[in-house]
Design a protein around this ligand. Structure first.
Ligand SMILES: *[C@@H]1O[C@H](CO)[C@@H](O)[C@H](O)[C@H]1NC(C)=O
Length: 264
């Protein structure tokens, strides 16, 4: 798995560093996964899943979050799903992003009972096991950039920690902050309550600060929330320090029954 991670990292090195907090490309891929159980093609489950996915795309034209449960004639055919657009996306961009995410998950998980995809601008997940409204602080995806220049380390880490502290005291589902060269954002899935969002982000931000301590950028995605930071000029610093690759690392962890794939 580590070998695969490094391989995919080197293959995607050109797009790797520009896929940061500041990226304007909301449709680019971050991570995805499929559940092991498969459904039977042309079954009632498949038609419920298709109607769920249609509901998600339609809803994304007017709301940045929504969840649906499609109940079949038998309990085995029920399917649950949600999407969450990043809080700063406009409605047309949210709908475009959700449609792309669904296309992506459909091509990677053609007959899986569950699937999830995170693009830069939106997240989509569906499963035949209920996950709506439940907290989930499992680490799904983590990536830290290379270390900042030594001379700037103290300043950048100080600013980063202050910006992250600001995100913690914010109360919204979508939070942004910045100081000097450092920018950060955090997003909870809309099915969490205010307290659950706070709890989830506390975990994500704590891990991000410790695991990506002096990194030029960091991404930490938990089951129901994420936090990310980036340093302006990360690309320039990263380009100079591109090798050795061991400076970068990434971890993709299975989440419940979902085994995650990493493709870009
Ligand atoms: C999901 O579907 C799989 C395959 O049909 C089945 O084995 C599993 O029990 C289902 N899970 C739930 C929670 O219904």
């Amino acid at each position: 798995m580590e070998t695969n991670a490094v391989l995919s990292l080197s293959l995607s090195i050109c797009t790797f560093f520009i896929q940061t907090v500041l990226s304007s490309s909301t449709d680019s891929f971050v991570f995805g996964g499929c559940s092991q159980p498969q459904y039977t093609p042309n079954s009632p489950f498949e038609s419920n899943l298709n109607s769920l996915l249609t509901s998600l795309v339609n809803s994304a034209t007017y709301s940045s979050y929504n969840s649906f449960t499609v109940i079949g004639s038998t309990p085995q055919d029920v399917v649950y799903g949600l999407y969450q657009c990043r809080g700063d996306l406009s409605m047309p961009d949210c709908a475009t992003c959700v449609a792309r995410a669904i296309t992506k998950v459909g091509s990677y998980c053609p007959t899986a009972c569950g699937g999830a995809v995170q693009l830069q601008g939106c997240y989509v997940k569906y499963d035949n096991a209920s996950f709506l409204g439940a907290e989930d602080k499992n680490v799904v995806y983590k990536k830290c950039g290379p270390s900042v220049e030594y001379a700037k380390e103290e300043e950048i880490v100080g600013r980063r920690d202050a910006v992250m502290g600001g995100l913690m005291s914010d109360g919204g589902m979508f939070r942004v902050g910045g100081s000097g060269e450092v920018q950060a954002l955090a997003q909870c899935m809309g099915d969490l309550g205010v307290g659950e969002c706070r709890d989830c982000l506390s975990e994500a931000i704590g891990r991000l600060k410790s695991d990506c301590r002096a990194a030029v950028y960091g991404d930490l995605f938990l089951g129901k929330c994420y936090a990310r930071f980036s340093t302006v000029g990360a690309w320039g610093i990263a380009a100079k320090r591109r090798l050795p690759l061991s400076l970068d690392y990434l971890l993709i962890m299975g989440l419940l029954s979902l085994s995650f794939f990493m493709l870009s």
